[in-house]
Write a protein that binds this ligand. Sequence first.
Ligand SMILES: Nc1nc2c(c(=O)[nH]1)N[C@H]1C(S)=C(S)[C@@H](COP(=O)(O)OP(=O)(O)OC[C@H]3O[C@@H](n4cnc5c(=O)[nH]c(N)nc54)[C@H](O)[C@@H]3O)O[C@H]1N2
Ligand SMILES: Nc1nc2c(c(=O)[nH]1)N[C@H]1C(S)=C(S)[C@@H](COP(=O)(O)OP(=O)(O)OC[C@H]3O[C@@H](n4cnc5c(=O)[nH]c(N)nc54)[C@H](O)[C@@H]3O)O[C@H]1N2
Ligand code: SF4
Ligand SMILES: [Mo]
Length: 880
Amino acid sequence: MKTTCPYCGVGCGVEVNAQGEGWRVSGDGDHPANTGRLCVKGAALAETLIPAGRLLWPQIAGRRVSWQTALDSVAERLQAIIQQHGPNAVAFYASGQLLTEDYYVANKLMKGFIGSGNIDTNSRLCMASAVTAYKRALGADAVPCCYEDFDHAEVIVLAGSNAAWTHPVAWQRLVQAKQQNPALRVVVIDPRRSASCDLADLHLPLTPGSDGALFNGLLRWLAQGGYGDSVMQPQLDQVAETLAAAADWTPAHVAQACQLPQEEVEQFYRLFAAHQRVLTLWCMGINQSSSGSDKCNAILNAHLFSGKIGRPGSGPFSLTGQPNAMGGREVGGLANQLAAQMDFTPENIDRLQRFWRSDRVATQPGLKAVDLFQAIGRGEVKAVWIMGTNPAVSLPDGNAVAQALQRCELVIVSEVMRATDTSAFADILLPAQAWGEKNGTVTNSERRISRQRAFMPAQGEARPDWWMLAQVAQRLGYGAAFNWQHPAEIFREHAALSGFENQGRRAFDISGLAQLSNLQWERLQPVQWPVNGDFPQGRARLFGERRFYHPDGRARLLPVTPVGPRVATSQRWPLMMNTGRIRDQWHTMTRTGLVPRLLQHTSEPFVAIHPDDALRQGIWPDTLVRIQSRHGWMIARASLTEDQTPGTLFVPMHWNQQYCAEGNVDRLVAPWRCPHSGQPESKQTPVRIQSWHSDWQGMLFLRDNVTLNPIRWWCRVPIAGGIARFTLAHDGDPRCWLQGLLKPEWTLQQAGDERDFHHLVAWYQGEVQLAFYAAARRPVVDETLIATAFQQPPDSAASRFALLAGRAMQGEARGKTVCSCFGTGEQQIAAAIRQGALNCATLGQQLKCGTNCGSCLPELKKLIAQHAPQQAEAESGRSA
Ligand SMILES: Nc1nc2c(c(=O)[nH]1)N[C@H]1C(S)=C(S)[C@@H](COP(=O)(O)OP(=O)(O)OC[C@H]3O[C@@H](n4cnc5c(=O)[nH]c(N)nc54)[C@H](O)[C@@H]3O)O[C@H]1N2
Ligand SMILES: Nc1nc2c(c(=O)[nH]1)N[C@H]1C(S)=C(S)[C@@H](COP(=O)(O)OP(=O)(O)OC[C@H]3O[C@@H](n4cnc5c(=O)[nH]c(N)nc54)[C@H](O)[C@@H]3O)O[C@H]1N2
Ligand code: SF4
Ligand SMILES: [Mo]
């Protein structure tokens, strides 16, 4: 069965086949987005298809109820609030991980029939700035480019994108493009040296938030050098104003604002100017900013002015994060859009009233995500239905979000997992079908619509999100408009709306798919919109004919006045904290956190800090630190690295209360947002940092599902065989703390001293029940050895002693996992390098590392440089 990966916006095609009791997942060789490749997250999908932790039936106030009762209750309680306080007292908060069909129904119900604009989505935290910028520049939210452009480009600029980790399969295509065309130049614009810098010919580690200045300077450079495209000029509006706004941004001025060597700034400008086929890929380092929309427009300005758009290998390409962020943009999932990419104009409102046959269509945009949760906090919005997103983890100002959810009169959550930080606040929990069970369409970064197909029965009583929404709509009295039996019917309606009275005026038009039969929809092949009379097979690139979607057919440059982060660092808050993704985890970890091998590469929340800053703050490598902002605090492990520019920190966004104590970074992030897009500034938070002390730290291994005794800090990692490993930090005597977890019938084997050193293994009927290791610092133990002991109890005195010691008496440890696909450890790799495996290919032959998804290749190269520096120098000498 062919389907689409549910993680990132690359939108890879996946083939799923039954294998024994379970499933085998591989890349779909026919899918144009990935031609058979998968990254480590996609390759581990089969391991997430497990019942563990799933929400299996509806619940009200924690009690199991029937669907009938749950849906009646949702409808009655929403109705009561609407009657008393009006439609704007209720809201939906949706997600770029819903299917297009789900999303369409949610939007239709809220904007079309409840009559409020209050449906927004986690895409507000993600794509909103890019959407605003595309609309301002091109007149439509229409991404001009496609992945095939990678193969044609002469220069690829990655601005605020760590694609090596976040769009790994697209990245592999880029790696391949560079192999095939060594003249291809790659520029990475990122304050930290990310994994994506591995391929960079030029890395510009600019001051956080200074991209607006860099791109304004680029526009000025293009204008001064006469690089304006002559065919394009008559098609551009506001050129003079925009060039005037950029006039001050000389390379010297830019270099100073971005704290970059002027020579490197000019090198970037020369590369961009000299080539026609230039592709700028941008992502969250640009969008997530209090001036995000303007930064996106600064990028668009440079491309439009120099005509680098709509031709093979060139264009401003916003990479979408989620599998269906784009689908959400299409259906109107953002509070400031109506549907089918229509804005709130009287003409569009009228059009929708006629199409939906409703006289209640919302006439005003609704509240954007951060504003929505603030309104909930103030008690103005009294009911929220959260679907497919985990705002208690992912929204900024997390403490305020938790308070808002706590006080909200009615919180409805549709979820696939039972326990999340958000579901903890739910009055009504609705079990949603997960990937593999649900059936619909998604749109990826390059406007490509693909099918996610159901290939397994739903767990428990899980139902599709669209079905729940339609059921509630019927109970609210809108039955006729929500009477679908099959998702294909919803898709046809959505497709028909996109073409309704369109006449080429709206970019989003898939009217060519409005007549698909259910069977044709089932078999739909990946296709890039528009799909209509002019482009029945879809269209790879837009704007080649230099016609845009503003009423006059022209594109618009936008004068940009670069501004820095909303709040700068200060003596009190001296470090700028950046947040983002790690390679093997997806967002709030609800699915990737289930897979042991995806937690091997990085298993705890960390803070990356430059060694100079660490020294200044008295922070040792691998110790726990407390990070504090004006809004909240967290605990993370210090990871000292020169990849950070001094003065900056990086903290992953993923950890939350299901996996650790005090690891939610969004509690620190301020709710500042871009005035145009409403997107929050997730990348720049001024903080301070100090080391955090506890009397002891421990490692606890046990069979999963235990409530820990109260403890100052913990972090949980599932390891193979259903065993959980906790890292712990606490005060007092570790033996006292441990007491509460031990059962009287267990036999104990112990070693330790009177202070903080304590090892204990608990046995019952010949099986290991629990293993505990505590010391003043984090104990170093061999996890594989301990995990194996749970499966196969050690049977000799020596091996029992090794278990108590926490490590083998001889033999070589594998070390920290570098390659998650094959579980290859750092020590193994280092040993192989010392024995002469001096390039990635040889390492791959010997240890298999790096030969599957390739996302560890940057680290392999680093290890080679570290363990065989002469070799690395020789290599770089050769290529110079
Ligand atoms: N492994 C993994 N992949 C994912 C996801 C995931 O959770 N895990 N999530 C998906 C989603 S929804 C999204 S939106 C994408 C996000 O994909 P990306 O945007 O690539 O990921 P991030 O790590 O959020 O941030 C990207 C980079 O922006 C840099 N940055 C920070 N501040 C600035 C700045 O001021 N200027 C510039 N130029 N750069 C800056 C950061 O250092 C970081 O390297 O990833 C998608 N793919
Ligand atoms: N500090 C900081 N914060 C950030 C970011 C950052 O870079 N830094 N990035 C932001 C960005 S770009 C994004 S996209 C967000 C992501 O943040 P979230 O959207 O909050 O993260 P997810 O973990 O993807 O949440 C999806 C939830 O939906 C559930 N789910 C999965 N499939 C389904 C389904 O089919 N139906 C239903 N009903 N539920 C389902 C999952 O179990 C999970 O709980 O985080 C944002 N927050
Ligand atoms: S690159 Fe993205 S879409 Fe492709 S397999 Fe990985 S997570 Fe899935
Ligand atoms: Mo995102």
